[in-house]
Design a protein around this ligand. Structure first.
Ligand SMILES: Cc1ncc(COP(=O)(O)OP(=O)(O)O)c(N)n1
Ligand SMILES: Cc1nc(C(=O)O)sc1CCOP(=O)(O)O
Length: 319
């Protein structure tokens, strides 16, 4: 009996902790009161539904005897992984309670609510943080994007200035297949109409495009990225409610030959003043990437040095 109570106590705690993490993400990161309240209601309902006095559960607690106590909390790479891990933790704990608790069947609805909420929160996480300590690889060549994802990049962009829309569409489809085995965001440069047609995560546009019209076209739950070259454009981007901006080109680059470099000073300015996620881009290579990170960027964008993705990621994620 004591052992069963200990199991119940562990799983009530596990469910509450998982729900609490989701709740705090909704509260502090998304500032979404409705989602926060929904999660809070589920969390608070556990004790009532189970109808086991707190004191009984606490009395049975035996954290010292828990054989899995020393297992470290795994390092999560980004907000999406934190959401997935904690939703899973909450749902699994609810499932255990359903099995072992006399009134456990009452928890089934709560578990299904958690599954539904996870889907909503996962989309929100992707929009709020389209990248986090990442290498955003941009190429016209699908093979380059596939390699980047296999090397750990979680956001890639097809940017093809030569082909027509149908070829771009085919290239995107060939990259999208990798989603069956890898979690990453697939973005297209220009062509907002392909977001729905291919089922992409979003689109990146430049200053020559009406970002508000693009938002209208792709909908609120897709990623919209906007190029910026100065702080006024970055501030305007905040008003436009894009999901991220790029800041560049930091150094002169043959990939964008007519564009004046903005220098590391612009990276510092964005890091200090703009709340939106940003990707620093332009002229980055392994010899200068450290200065970009030191200026406040946690994600870099690369075209020519896409082949160094794994090396960049080691620097960005593990140092
Ligand atoms: C992440 C990222 N940053 C900048 C660009 C450049 O886009 P844009 O301003 O549209 O310029 P061109 O691609 O037309 O040269 C990008 N594609 N992605
Ligand atoms: C496509 C692009 N946009 C930039 C911008 O600042 O808007 S810089 C850039 C090219 C970046 O290429 P590389 O990594 O080869 O220097």
């Amino acid at each position: 009996m004591l052992k069963t109570r200990r199991l119940l106590d562990a799983n009530v705690n596990r469910a509450r902790e998982g729900l609490r993490v989701l709740e705090d993400i909704c509260r502090f990161i998304f500032a979404d009161l409705a989602l926060t309240e929904e999660l809070k209601t589920i969390r608070h309902s556990l004790r009532d539904l189970l109808d086991i006095p707190d004191a009984l559960l606490v009395a049975s607690r035996g954290a010292d005897e828990d054989v899995a106590r020393e297992r470290p909390v795994p390092r999560r790479a980004d907000l999406r992984q934190i959401v997935a891990a904690n939703a899973k933790r909450a749902a699994e704990a609810l499932r255990v309670l359903e099995e072992f608790c006399p009134r456990g069947s009452l928890l089934k609805d709560q578990r299904y609510k958690v599954y539904d909420l996870e889907k909503i929160i996962a989309v929100r996480a992707r929009l709020a943080r389209p990248f986090d300590h990442d290498v955003y690889v941009i190429s016209a060549d699908p093979a380059v994007l596939l390699d980047a994802v296999r090397n750990g990049s979680r956001i890639v962009q097809l940017r093809d200035k030569e082909s027509g829309v149908d070829v771009v569409c085919q290239k995107l489809l060939s990259v999208k297949r990798l989603k069956e085995s890898h979690d990453f965001s697939l973005i297209v440069n220009d062509y907002p109409e392909l977001v729905a047609r291919v089922g992409l995560d979003g689109v990146h546009v430049g200053q020559d495009t009406d970002a508000a019209a693009v938002r209208q076209a792709i909908g609120a739950d897709k990623i919209l990225g906007l190029t910026t070259h100065n702080i006024e454009q970055a501030k305007k981007a905040v008003e436009l409610k894009v999901n991220y901006i790029s800041a560049g080109p930091i150094w002169a680059t043959p990939t964008k030959p007519r564009r004046q470099p903005v220098g590391l000073e612009y990276v510092r300015e964005v890091a200090a003043n703009i709340e939106l996620p940003f990707v620093a881009i332009g002229g980055i290579d392994l010899t200068n990437v450290r200065s970009v990170l030191d200026a406040g960027a946690d994600t870099i964008g690369v075209v020519r040095s896409a082949g160094q993705t794994a090396e960049y990621l080691r620097l960005i994620r593990f140092e």
